[in-house]
Design a protein around this ligand. Structure first.
Ligand code: HEM
Length: 412
């Protein structure tokens, strides 16, 4: 089904200036012309139709482990590159649930998910406290960058409190958390690689220390919960836990930052929707779902075919790679009427911003809660907020496969 005038995966990243400013021109074209598109250069299929994306995500027999992908699948196979020199390799450091299949995936994910969901279910007051403290810090400013002052620090501080990071370590923890996210950037500078290595090693050592401490003296936090589950027989090692705790920071911080940042930007550029929310605060949950659908923080996720199969009428062979365009699926007119309209009261809008199936985002309840608390609190604190320069184009970050703002300057 390949067609020469269709974009490759590389053009479907914000490194392409056209995609960066308007990803949907390319995604709509791809969905119309070739919804199951074989990109021979990247060695992967790209899926843009909602039905195909939802179907392959829900198929729990699909693989995720990049080692199972054919050689031609250069992007998943890059994940198998040796770690950069200086990054400490330890027992369990290759156990990320994002890149593993059953039985290891379920063995590690199940206890972590159980503990995390239980914590999130009771952490609304904690999120509200973090948000209020953050708002207090810059309340008097006439102009500020929403990303820097609010959207970046809120998720880091929330996860720190959930994990049980000591107050005296918060400054370092924030710095390391920003450092490990650099692992997502394939085009980082040598200085950024160094920062990533230093941060990952420091976090690993700190998590190890915290686990030893909580094993002896449990407290009211996620790391203590995990120590209890381990003692009761949850079959995951310390190294696997350390590695996957770091995965929560890599997978969760920037994405939640972008959910909050994209949400604030959408409301500032859609005054009628903000007025709707203010008139009916009960719309906040559907507003957050619409932000996730309309401006999804993650562009794509991937799977590897575990057997010869057919997707959307297109034959796919075992070990071939599939990229599901979550952004493309979330604007498919077959599923979402008038898909390019931002409508916070939209009904029945089952977006795929968190992926699906066995790898459905483990942090989705937390991300939703943070946005549901942060957005109303933010707009209540700044009732007359406006963009600092309403004529300027939004400054989208150029990190491949993620969508969020580099900065968002506003006036109070
Ligand atoms: C708006 C915020 C977020 C978005 C849009 C998002 C999106 C995603 C997506 C698309 C996946 C891949 C799912 C798939 O392949 O089917 C994923 C997986 C994952 N996310 Fe999130 N995420 C967010 C927040 C979080 C948070 C807050 C955490 C941690 C606290 C987190 C941790 C993870 C982890 C560990 C995985 C791997 C799960 C697995 O493979 O079993 N994410 N996320």
């Amino acid at each position: 089904m390949a067609q020469d005038d269709l974009p490759s995966v590389f053009e479907l990243t914000p490194l392409n200036p056209n995609f960066n400013q308007n990803p949907h021109a390319l995604l709509d074209k791809l969905r119309d012309k070739c919804p199951v598109h074989r990109d021979e250069v990247a060695g992967t299929f790209v899926l843009t139709r909602y039905a195909d994306v939802r179907g392959t995500l829900s198929d729990t027999t699909m693989w995720r482990d990049p080692a199972r992908a054919e050689e031609a699948a250069i992007l998943p196979r890059r994940l198998l590159d040796p770690p950069p020199p200086g990054l400490e390799v330890h027992e369990g450091s290759d156990s990320s649930i994002l890149l593993s299949d059953d039985p290891d995936h379920a063995r590690i994910r199940n206890p972590l998910q159980m503990a995390l969901y239980k914590r999130v279910a009771k952490c609304r007051p904690l999120v509200a406290k973090v948000v209020d403290e953050m708002l207090d810090r810059f309340a008097g400013k006439a102009q500020f960058d929403v990303m820097d002052e609010f959207a970046v620090p809120v998720p880091i501080d929330v996860i720190a409190r959930i994990l049980g990071v000591d107050d005296k370590m918060l400054v370092e923890f924030r710095d390391w958390s920003e450092g490990v996210i650099l692992s997502l950037n394939p085009f980082r500078t040598p200085e950024q690689t160094q920062k990533f290595i230093t941060s990952a090693n420091a976090l690993n050592a700190y998590f190890h220390e915290l686990m030893m401490e909580r094993r002896k003296n449990p407290k009211d936090d996620l790391i203590s919960d995990m120590m209890v589950l381990q003692a009761e027989g949850a079959p995951l090692t310390d190294g696997e836990l350390q590695n996957n705790l770091q995965g929560l920071l890599v997978g969760g911080n920037l994405t939640t930052t972008d959910l909050i940042g994209n949400g604030i930007w959408l409301f500032l550029t859609n005054a009628a929707e903000l007025a709707k929310l203010k008139a009916d605060p009960g719309l906040i949950n559907s507003a957050v779902e619409e932000i996730l659908r309309y401006e999804s923080p993650v562009d794509i996720t991937g799977r590897i075919a575990s057997r010869d199969m057919e997707v959307g009428g297109c034959p796919i062979k075992q070990t071939q790679s599939l990229f599901m365009s979550l952004r493309g699926a979330n604007r498919d007119p077959e599923t979402f009427p008038n898909p390019h309209k931002f409508d916070i009261a939209r009904k029945d809008a089952p977006h795929v911003a968190f992926g699906g199936g066995a790898h459905l985002c483990i942090g989705s309840p937390l991300a939703r809660l943070e946005a549901q608390v942060a957005l109303p609190a933010f707009f209540a604190r700044f009732p007359n907020l406006r963009l600092a320069d309403p004529d300027a184009l939004p400054e989208w970050r150029s990190l491949p496969f993620f969508r969020g703002l580099q900065r968002l300057d506003v006036r109070t």
